[in-house]
Design a protein around this ligand. Structure first.
Ligand code: 5GP
Ligand code: ZN
Length: 137
């Protein structure tokens, strides 16, 4: 896709530091790492978000996440790893070519904290669960 930076990288138009590449996927150092060693895994074909990715790619994607996740942890000495994948702008997606963030985590690094909310009642949660079950196709 012409105006996509991850497609432009593959055409050699934007420099990047690669850590992995095969027929379907490539991975490189994130230019704005949340922690040093933060990488992105990206399908070579342009899919805007998770919902466009063919399910057939799922096995290879997981295998690659496991291999690269182990590599990131070993190389950085991280004790943990977050896998993050944003879909659509409200989620924080900024590059609309689907990608998985692998972020090494260190005890006490203070990253990715969130404040848990709560439902007003069990009924409210049950009603929403029912709406979700009905909406799943
Ligand atoms: P998103 O918010 O879409 O899930 O994440 C986009 C990620 O792409 C960000 O973490 C950002 O740092 C990274 N990124 C954006 N532009 C470039 C670039 O030109 N090179 C590299 N290596 N990473 C980029
Ligand atoms: Zn693209």
């Amino acid at each position: 896709m012409a105006d996509c930076i991850f497609c432009a990288m593959q055409r050699g138009e934007i420099p990047f530091v690669e850590v992995f590449s095969n027929n379907n996927l490539f991975a490189f150092m994130d230019i704005g790492p949340l922690n040093h060693g933060h990488i992105l895994i990206v399908p070579k074909k342009h899919y805007a978000n998770m919902f466009e990715v063919p399910v057939e790619l799922g096995g290879e994607l997981l295998e690659t996440m496991q291999a690269l996740g182990r590599g990131v942890m070993e190389a950085t000495g991280a004790g943990g790893l977050n896998v993050v994948q944003n879909n659509f702008a409200p989620s924080g997606q900024a590059v609309f070519h689907v990608h998985w963030h692998l972020i090494p985590r260190f005890e006490g690094d203070g990253l990715l904290k969130w404040t848990p909310g709560k439902y007003d009642s069990n009924e409210q949660m049950q009603a929403l669960a029912e709406l979700i079950r009905k909406a799943v196709k």
